[in-house]
Write a protein that binds this ligand. Structure first.
Ligand code: 0X9
Ligand code: ZN
Length: 433
């Protein structure tokens, strides 16, 4: 009994300590009406350490996270320049405590053990659990699974990926489908999408053709340092944890999805304090180099590339500066077909997927993983943005509803399968000629 009380106290104190840095942080909804105000917000970003969560476009409402101590100054500045705002969440830490509680309660329901072979879909597993799982799978299913260490993260964590194949990747006439997630640390709901795909290809194979006709490369955690940090320190961390270029103060980390060698530096930040800091040069980060190396080795056989992010229910394609690749109509067509497949089984409460070029749907961006894949000649390349938490916009959209974890895996798989089968069928036609 005493032990239970003690561990309960310990649990709460750990949780409370964990999100302490967000005590009093507020989320503001800001509406700008013209380009001039958009520029002023950009300036404000450099002046006050705020975090702009949704891109501010005239006529739209965006979200900005403001530290407790900066709230007064921030509000004064906004009023001075005549920008309207509303406080969406007064204390973001309360949201985080709620997420912890929900996830803990959901995984407690299965009494601490599970009869399933794979990882459960009732919680979001951390780096070491997933890392070990990949190793275990390869030893349990040596006929189809190989685990590869692609390289190490900045802090030295192994970045592993699986090669799934019935012919040990030796039948070079098969197309390869590439799938990765967690390039952005806080996008937790993307992990079940890759884990679900692995499960359906290795453990619970209900559609044999996907396994037999295709070779798969699946990399679940591309940014392990950032991901670990979101579990232990800061739930909303996005970048990696590289410290090579601190501002002499507290800023660190590179946005890995601005670090790839395509249009590098054109639409990203030179400022290490920015959430879209692009690093010292193309592929300056060991994490992005892992993908570069995989593509160098297998790129000629990879027919479709998937980079899974959240949130917004989007299927995006390049290029990030707005130019369309020559096969844009096919890319769009396959994108729409995948989106329909997901929409058919999605929760009613979530919105339909939107498909389009990232520049037109979201914003300009450079050095992006899926653009790099497209640029080196992989014909189809997509960024999925999985649904947001209970339809929330901005920051709150990254939170995870335990009820949605398995559904996220299931519905995303519906989309991925359509893309995979499209390249498989195309490949068959090609070989017939
Ligand atoms: O900005 C990003 O890196 C991605 N969005 S996120 O909110 N997850 O950060 C979008 C990248 C999409 N780019 C292409 N599909 N080219
Ligand atoms: Zn992302």
């Amino acid at each position: 009994m005493l032990k239970t009380i003690f561990s309960t106290c310990l649990f709460f104190s750990v949780v409370i300590a964990r999100h302490e840095q967000y005590e009093g942080y507020a989320l503001y909804e800001v509406t700008i009406t013209n380009e001039e105000q958009a520029k002023l917000i950009k300036q404000l970003e450099n002046q006050i350490p705020v975090d702009v969560w949704t891109h501010l476009v005239p006529g739209n409402t965006g979200q900005i996270l403001v530290p407790k101590d900066q709230r007064k100054e921030f509000q004064n500045e906004l009023s001075a320049i005549g920008i309207e705002y509303k406080i969406e969440t007064d204390n973001i830490r309360e949201q985080l405590l709620l997420e912890d509680e929900l996830l803990a309660a959901a995984s407690k329901n299965r009494n601490g053990f599970s009869s399933r072979i794979g990882l459960s879909f009732d919680t979001i597993h951390n780096y070491s659990v997933v890392d070990q799982y990949l190793v275990d799978l390869a030893s349990q299913y040596p006929e189809t699974v190989t685990v590869v260490s692609g390289g190490r993260s900045f802090e030295g964590r192994d970045i592993k990926y699986l090669k799934i194949s019935t012919t040990n990747f030796e039948d070079r006439s098969k197309p390869i489908v590439y799938l990765e997630s967690l390039i952005h640390a806080r996008e937790w709901i993307t992990l079940p999408a890759t884990l679900y795909a692995i499960e359906r290809l290795v453990i619970d194979v209900t559609e044999q053709d996907l396994l037999e006709d295709i070779d798969w490369i699946i990399l679940p955690i591309l940014n392990p340092d950032g991901y670990e940090f979101t579990h232990t320190e800061n739930r909303f961390w996005r970048k990696n944890r590289a410290t090579n270029y601190t501002d002499g103060d507290s800023c660190l980390g590179v946005d890995l999805n601005r670090n790839f060698g395509i249009f590098w530096g054109e639409a990203s930040s030179v400022n290490v304090c920015s959430e879209t800091f692009h690093g010292l040069g193309p592929f300056s980060e060991s994490e992005t180099s892992v993908v570069q190396n995989i593509l160098a080795e297998y790129g000629s056989r990879i027919e479709i590339f998937f980079d899974i992010h959240s949130h917004g229910s989007l299927i995006l394609y390049g290029y990030g500066l707005g130019a369309l690749p020559p096969n844009a109509l096919v890319i769009n067509y396959v994108g729409v077909t995948m989106a329909h497949a997901i929409d058919n089984v999605k929760w009613d409460s979530n919105k339909d997927y939107t498909v389009g070029n990232v520049y037109y749907v979201l914003y300009a961006a450079s050095g992006i993983a899926s653009d790099y894949a497209l640029g080196i000649g992989i014909p189809l390349s997509y960024t999925y943005e999985l649904p947001s938490y209970r339809g929330s916009s901005g920051l709150n959209g990254f939170l995870v509803d335990p009820e949605f974890i398995e559904q996220a895996g299931f519905e995303t798989w519906e989309g991925l399968k359509v893309g995979a089968r499209y390249v498989r069928d195309l490949d068959k036609r090609r070989h017939r000629h």
